[in-house]
Ligand binder design. Structure first.
Ligand code: PLP
Length: 443
């Protein structure tokens, strides 16, 4: 037992890793010590090519000098300013930049610290919005099967991943789900948005008929479901969902935690698809992963609905100690500068066909059931071994890291690829060549 004066052993027991099989990890740890641009570096000096932008977040690459410098400067100038009743200049500057980046009148920005908080914030704004307008019976929230919206109780409830839900009780009441948009039978090996599935948006009409529109506050979806394996929206799906929401006075929330900041070749998926949600959740890429930050961008009429009553009274009883943290704002401004100066969103659009081409070369490999691509992202479904769902993907991920010096992400029996947007054409080939070797080796 270590005492106050005895040295504390540097072992791996104390740390309970998130979303990780702890015992397997601690038998064969995958450790990362440093990073630069497209590579991680292990403690023993191996350079590992980053095929997943950290965790879908480092869109400008790693340890970029302008972001590092901005964080250093900010830490020396202002460590923290109270988030409630006070503010600091960079919070306004970043909000303004985000409003300018987001389409249409998505112009009011509420800051928090993660994607999960962004989702819970958006759900709370939706409920409160109806309430302040005297439409307080609208309390139901509609999510989607296979949706991932983080790990708060709100996000879990509207999310559609059984393992993330089943041991955590009854979750929020009054939640219903749209069906997932994926069908292997109709969509296998599609590049971009599948032709089949737009009609699945009409399932919202069924849900409205069941509960009545007067009880429904909002629908939340990821425009492209990332965490359950890169599921691009079927053609016409988002437009139909928008029209149904409009018809029934239901707010539409896009969770753009993964799709924001260039992943799909535009600032936001809302721009790529020409569909404007009422509320847009962001996180991850806003600081290129360098400092935790998330937020919600609201359309002006949503914000305006709250701006009533005596001026000294708080309009929305919600916020976080670290909302618009100075370090996050500084990193965010520097990341947005990099995205703009290096045309990284435009670059992602140019790379999209190359990623699709390279990813499709996995078709026909043993155990590969489907490959999907959109923007700078690919999902590869694998056949599960009997009684060992997820094991094949886990072994490929571990093998890619240890033997191929490649970082990939897994979700169940799906591999996900989404490198930083600075990835070179040669590195795109390298990622998929390494991955193919790992897939073959594990088959
Ligand atoms: C679409 C989506 N929403 C929410 C989250 C949760 O974000 P965080 O892990 O920052 O809470 C994620 C994380 O991957 C995500 O992909």
């Amino acid at each position: 037992m270590p005492t106050a004066t005895a040295p504390i052993p540097n072992d791996q027991e104390a740390f309970w890793l998130p979303f990780t099989p702890n015992r397997a990890f601690k038998h064969a740890p995958r450790l990362i010590a440093r990073a630069k641009d497209m590579h991680y570096v292990t403690p023993d000096g191996r350079a590992v090519l980053d095929g997943i932008a950290g965790l879908w977040c480092c869109n400008a690459g790693h340890n970029r000098d302008p972001i590092v410098a901005a964080i250093k400067r900010q830490a020396a100038e202002l460590d923290y300013a109270p988030a409630f009743q006070f503010a600091h200049p960079k919070s306004f500057e970043l909000a303004g930049r985000l409003a300018a980046l987001a389409p249409a009148d998505l112009n009011r920005v509420f800051f928090c610290n993660s994607g999960s908080e962004a989702v819970d914030t958006a759900l709370k704004i939706a409920l409160a919005y109806h309430n302040v307008r005297g439409d307080g019976a609208r309390t139901r929230l509609i999510g989607r099967e296979r949706g991932y919206h983080g790990v708060g109780f709100g996000g879990m409830s509207v999310g559609g991943i059984v393992s993330n839900r089943k041991v955590f009780g009854t979750l929020l009441a009054g939640v219903d789900h749209l069906p997932a948009t994926y069908s292997r039978e109709h969509q296998a090996f599609t590049k971009g948005e599948p032709d089949w599935g737009g009609h699945l948006a009409d399932e919202l009409e069924r849900i409205v008929a069941l509960h009545d529109a007067s009880t429904i506050a909002a629908v939340i979806i990821e425009p492209m479901a990332g965490s359950t394996g890169v599921l691009p929206p079927p053609k016409g799906y988002l437009e139909r969902l928008r029209a149904i929401c409009d018809r029934h006075g239901i707010l539409l929330i896009f969770d753009e935690v993964i799709t924001g900041f260039g992943r799909l070749g535009a600032a936001f998926a809302a721009e790529r698809y020409g569909v404007t949600p009422d509320l847009l959740c962001f996180a991850k890429g806003v600081t290129s992963g360098a400092v935790p930050m998330g937020g919600v961008i609201a359309r002006e009429h949503i914000y305006d609905a709250f701006m009533r009553g005596p001026e000294h009274v708080i309009e929305l009883f919600h916020g976080y100690t670290y909302s618009a943290h100075p370090l996050a704002c500084a990193a965010g401004l520097a990341a947005l500068d990099l995205y703009r100066d290096e045309n990284l969103f435009e670059r992602a659009k140019t790379l999209e066909p190359l990623v699709a081409e390279a990813a499709m070369t996995l078709k026909g490999l043993p155990g590969v059931l489907d490959v999907r691509t959109v923007g700078v992202a690919a999902g590869i479904d694998l056949a599960s071994r009997p009684d060992a769902v997820g094991k094949r993907a886990y072994e490929i991920m571990a093998r890619a890291f240890h033997d191929e010096d490649l970082l990939v992400r897994i979700a169940g029996e799906t591999l996900a690829i989404a490198p930083p947007l600075i990835v070179s054409e040669a590195q795109i080939s390298e990622i998929f060549e390494k991955l193919k070797r790992a897939v073959r080796a594990v088959a």
